[in-house]
Design a protein around this ligand. Sequence first.
Ligand code: SF4
Length: 547
Amino acid sequence: MEREQLPVDVLFVGAGPANLAAAYSLDRQLRALGKRDEIEIAVIEKAQAVGSHILSGAIMDPRSMSELFPDGWLEAGCPVEAKVGAEEVYHLSQGKGQRIPVPPMLKNHGFHIVTLSDVVVWLKEKCEEQEIMIFEGFPGHEFLWEDGKVAGVRTMDKGLNQAGEPGPAFEPGADITARCVVLGEGTRGSLTKQLIDKLGLQGRNPQIYGTGCKEVWQLPAGRLPAGKVIHTSGWPLDGDMYGGSWIYGLGNDRASVGFVTALDSGEPWQDPWENFQRWKTHPKIREVLEGGEILKAGAKTVPEGGYWSRPKSYGDNFMIVGDSASLLNISRLKGIHSAIKSGLMAADTIIEAIEKDDFSEATLAGFETRFQESWLRKELYHVRNYRADFKNAKGFWGGALKAGFKYMTGFGAEFKELTSDYEDMKKLPDAKPALEPLEYDGKYLIDKVTQVFHAGSIHEEHQPSHLVVHDPSICATTCAEEYGNPCQYFCPANVYEMVDDSTSGGKRLQINHSNCVHCKTCDILDPYAIITWEVPSDAGGPKYQGL
Ligand code: SF4
């Protein structure tokens, strides 16, 4: 098959904050060296439009944004929602909320609340002003290899029919060759996963994930001041589970609200979307949201593991940045500043490689050296066991005590081998009884299908499913008996359904792939690890702008 050949020098995969910052910084440094004309830079993004697949809380620590725009990031036009004002933290139990002091790691005074999808659109515009090529709707599908080394990326074929064969609008994916590929695909990136598995890059711990579900609300006038920040722990999660919520006051009487459920709870019926909706029934939360209206909704996994879950993030011709490199600081609920910082360090490393005319592992190891000497390493190392402590303690308060003590003292060399989230899942006889199903009213409490509507997620129906279940024969038999088909619960978009099978008279798995909001929970949590999330052929998915 004839494929378009696109040779570039540096290819950034994923137009999130890490890669856009890297591209912008690289361009600026090349111009200062008078070498911009010699170096071709390209960014590819799987979404049809930059920002569509970006979902975050989010309060931004501006430290690295100030490094990227030394003359002022606000002055440069970065969109913000509000400056953080009042901050409150509550521990919830059923029907009650106990206000507790704001822990030091959650002090956000003076930072800004942002809509990250808006911030990346702005960063994209800054890059385009510098004539950096950004290709939207270009999902990276697989690596190109040469002599066992990364040599570029092949993008997904478009216009495949349901059988995976070329349809009438078929367009073969392009081969983009590059001297350096920078992976900034966000959480559980599909190319990053391929590379980590193939080259054995995973660090000391496996990644530990949560699934975050979010809505943006239009509230009654004056209900929540812009800049007000509320965090909660506890209910509806059991005492042995990690997770929590946020409510951030945005401008124009809007609020960002969300709830993160850890994926290591072990309960096969655990349902992050239902947890989020159940949390909204708490009187403390109703006080804020009742009478308002949901504008947007979505879900995404959060890589919570931190320092010890980092993969080796460099090798011959590649680097890994941002969430893909496990640089989010879950103790602070922040990853934008670390993503941008990693982009800046990647750009500096590429400049060194260009000057040496060498993109080998020996030169790109400079990325790790820069990280180890950076303020980011200091920040992440200080809380290196934070999330693992919650996982090991198997109890929120035990974990909080351990993690809090280490945060205050800096101690924390303890190491216990961790299991992956899917390995923690209990078989049915060992699981706790499931909660009573929640009743959705379609307005205040919305079900998963309504969430998909609010996420604006669309995929062409007549294409191969981008959710590959490698052995569907176990769904109605082994999995049903052992785990009760947990995919029906953990997917926040109702993609997986066990339906009656007229042929066998039993059940079969139905995959509603067009619902998918690209959260990646199934790729992480399936107990048999037989679900692979692939980039869709039509570059479809959610439209998270403004969320
Ligand atoms: Fe998330 Fe997988 Fe469901 Fe898509 S199918 S929404 S990636 S759990």
